[in-house]
Design a binder for this molecule. Structure first.
Ligand code: NAD
Ligand SMILES: O=C(O)C(=O)C[C@@H](O)[C@H](O)[C@H](O)COP(=O)(O)O
Ligand code: ZN
Length: 373
């Protein structure tokens, strides 16, 4: 496989509890040990890599070539349904049996599932150890690897167990995107469209106008999307680490998106695909509230569908609305709902009713039925 190297971009993220860099470049994994040494003041502790057999099969040679002494590798099977407490317990047991101590360093090599689980494991193993994110999916590079949200799902809902625990650094090697299945690339791009809708009209326009280059995996186009998306998330998280206000906007499309994932047993859709449908529903709510015009809503929905196809699923609108009750943006019975305000801004509404959500969910389901693919 031809591997590219390039100049790197570094975005800083500083919150009251952590300060770190998100480095975006091709070829970062080739010099991993050197980079980890810098992060640990020249004294590399015991290193444990958490990954899946598939990712390791593709990337172990590159990763291991940078190490003088091979790290211990712990495996998780792929898939959202493994993002649960049983996986965390099993990994913690393996860490203990392999002699991991409070100085040990975990590396999360994979997508958002590996990243969320490894981050949570790092948050609770011996009451907290260090970890580095090595995101290998588009979604993880643009969203899940940064910001410190870690955790696992319950059958009752998405990410209902977790903690805020930031990585020492995020090293996003854009070469890894070359081996990513196209459906995973498209799903991840839904989170970047979200970032454009909520915060960065320029990113949205770039994605609206350059879908061919982006979807074909053109490295320059992907790097531009990754960098712009990381800037959006880093800026938002720097201003509101614990989601007491502004950070809620990163949840645009997730109120119904998470409900779709739960309603389909975390099996039918990828997270990004559920966010795509959820963003369409959130756009309908915004349209009926008048925070976006018909023209803006059309552009948002057309761009989301451009990065599809979004898979069909079977669920009643009523069930989806009922499932939104376990949303973490609901506090003391008040549901916060993120509306698009034009393109590039948002408004958080606390009075969106079940009836409004039901109308939007039905419109989204009708649109799904009208799609040919
Ligand atoms: N913590 C956060 O802030 C945050 C943000 C967004 C999403 N998430 C979470 O992220 C998860 C979704 O992450 P995802 O979309 O990365 O899915 P994923 O982690 O399931 O990875 C997708 C698939 O791609 C494979 N893969 C990974 N890298 C590869 C590569 N380079 N080449 C080939 N195959 C590769 C994986 O084995 C897996 O099968 C969800 O659980 C979601 O809730 C968390
Ligand atoms: O980082 C955030 O904040 C987000 O909301 C990013 C989302 O894309 C992501 O799916 C996140 O995991 C959702 O978090 P949750 O707290 O709503 O479960
Ligand atoms: Zn998400």
């Amino acid at each position: 496989m031809p591997q590219q190297t390039s100049c790197s971009t570094s975005v800083s993220l500083t919150t009251p509890s952590a300060s770190y860099e998100i480095v975006i470049a091709a070829g970062l994994l080739n010099t991993l040990e050197k980079r980890l040494l810098k992060l640990t003041n020249g004294k590399l502790p015991k290193v444990f890599i958490v990954t899946s057999p598939e990712i390791w099969g593709l990337w172990s040679k590159t990763v291991l070539s940078s190490f003088k002494e091979s790290p211990t590798v712990l495996f998780l099977p792929p898939g959202e349904r493994h993002k649960r407490m049983a996986s965390v317990e099993s990994l913690a047991q393996q860490l203990a049996e392999s002699g991991a101590d409070r100085d040990s360093l975990l590396l999360a090599l994979g997508g958002g599932v590996i990243g969320d689980i490894t981050g949570f494991l790092a948050a609770i193993y011996m009451r907290g150890i260090r970890y580095v994110q090595l995101p290998s999916t588009l979604l993880a590079q643009v969203d899940s690897a940064l910001g410190g949200k870690t955790g696992v799902n319950l059958l009752a809902g998405k990410n209902l167990i977790g903690s805020f625990h930031h990585p020492l650094a995020v090293l996003a090697d854009t070469n890894t995107l070359a081996t990513l299945p196209p459906a995973e690339l498209r799903a991840g791009l839904q989170e970047s469209i979200k970032s454009g809708i909520i915060y960065d009209a320029k990113l949205f326009r770039y994605m609206e106008q350059n879908s061919e280059a982006i979807l074909s995996g053109d490295p320059a186009a992907l790097t531009r999307v990754v960098t712009a998306s990381v800037r959006v998330k880093a800026d938002v998280v720097s201003k509101d680490e614990r989601e007491s206000g502004l950070r809620m906007i990163l949840n645009f499309g997730h109120t119904l998106g998470h409900a779709i994932e739960a309603a389909t047993g975390y099996k039918k859709l990828l997270h990004g695909e559920a966010v795509g449908w959820g963003s369409i529903a959130a756009t309908y709510v915004s349209l009926h509230r008048g925070t976006v015009t018909q023209k803006e809503a059309d552009r948002i929905i057309a761009t989301i569908l451009m990065y599809g196809p979004l898979p069909r699923f079977t669920a009643k609108a009523e069930k989806l609305v009922a499932l939104t009750s376990s949303d973490k943006k609901t506090r003391s019975g008040k549901r916060a709902f993120v509306l698009a305000k034009g393109i590039g801004a948002t408004e958080i509404a606390f009075d969106v009713t079940d009836a409004e959500l039901l109308t939007a969910a039905n419109e989204m389901l009708s649109l799904m039925k009208s799609q040919t693919t």
